[in-house]
Design a protein around this ligand. Sequence first.
Ligand SMILES: NC(=O)c1ccc[n+]([C@@H]2O[C@H](COP(=O)([O-])OP(=O)(O)OC[C@H]3O[C@@H](n4cnc5c(N)ncnc54)[C@H](OP(=O)(O)O)[C@@H]3O)[C@@H](O)[C@H]2O)c1
Length: 302
Amino acid sequence: MNWTRAQIPDQSGRLAIVTGANSGIGFVTAEILASKGARVILACRNQARAEAAQSRILQNIPSAEIEIGILDLSSLASIEAFAKRTLDTESQVDLLINNAGIMMPPVRTETADGFEMQVGVNHLGHFSLTLQLLPLLNNAPAARVVTVSSLAHYKGRVNLGDLNYKHRRYWRIASYGQSKRANLLFSFELNRRLRAAGARTIATAAHPGWTSTGLQRHIPGARLFNALVAMQPAQGALPTLRAATDLAARGADYFGPKGLTGTRGYPVIVGCASAAKDPASAAKLWLLSEDLTGQRMTAIES
Ligand SMILES: NC(=O)c1ccc[n+]([C@@H]2O[C@H](COP(=O)([O-])OP(=O)(O)OC[C@H]3O[C@@H](n4cnc5c(N)ncnc54)[C@H](OP(=O)(O)O)[C@@H]3O)[C@@H](O)[C@H]2O)c1
């Protein structure tokens, strides 16, 4: 049987934070979680776009509990401010969906802290956010951190000596692949560390195959391919939703579309590049990410 939104259990009483929730896969993820009763924080960088998303959800689901939290993943200060507000106002977080992302901007740009933009937003921003929210996640009875990767991780070698393309020529395709490989290394390492610490929280991962969104705006011809072959966001969000809510899912499960070389279909557990599962590389990336972001995993109270 295909896994669809109909299989999502009731989410009443749960709090979900979805990064990049104002468009594409993040928007649908937030809307469906809200339709199942979760209270959802749209963690977005732009107030107007976040409010537009909130209004659209409320139009469709008038009873939805939808809030906005301003979060710019290209700024460690913004991430800290978001995390502090959340720590000050919430007692627990049940779902953290690390969804926001950018793909292949043509020229190398930097985050406020000097990280190359793709690895800075897609990986380091989410690394910093997750570590700061872990105390709230660990307060929940069965929290999950879902990190959204991509088929592009197969081509993404992580260069620990020059993660930020400071000393090598910027290649936007390789840089995107690196950030998406880093997403998986991070997710699996997070799960290992949570398990070792005896935490109830688990980390899972997902990828949406090929889904028609604004993500591919820097790729020539993408609009045509999107119109011809891509899935719509309502289906592209299903791997994320399954990773977040399937009661049978376990830590380190990675969900993606079943069909057509993983580009489309209903969500199932999928494999990944063996290098993305390498614990030694993951541990090195973790240490580097700690150094770059200044965040450490806090001790877990049971
Ligand atoms: N679509 C696909 O086929 C595909 C395939 C593989 C993986 N993915 C992954 O799926 C995830 C969602 O992408 P999508 O396809 O839904 O694309 P999208 O519609 O472009 O959504 C990306 C979201 O990320 C947000 N974002 C970008 N930079 C940010 C920042 N600095 N701080 C906070 N939020 C930021 C965007 O906000 P703004 O609107 O303000 O820019 C937007 O809400 C990404 O991680 C992407 O890598 C997508």
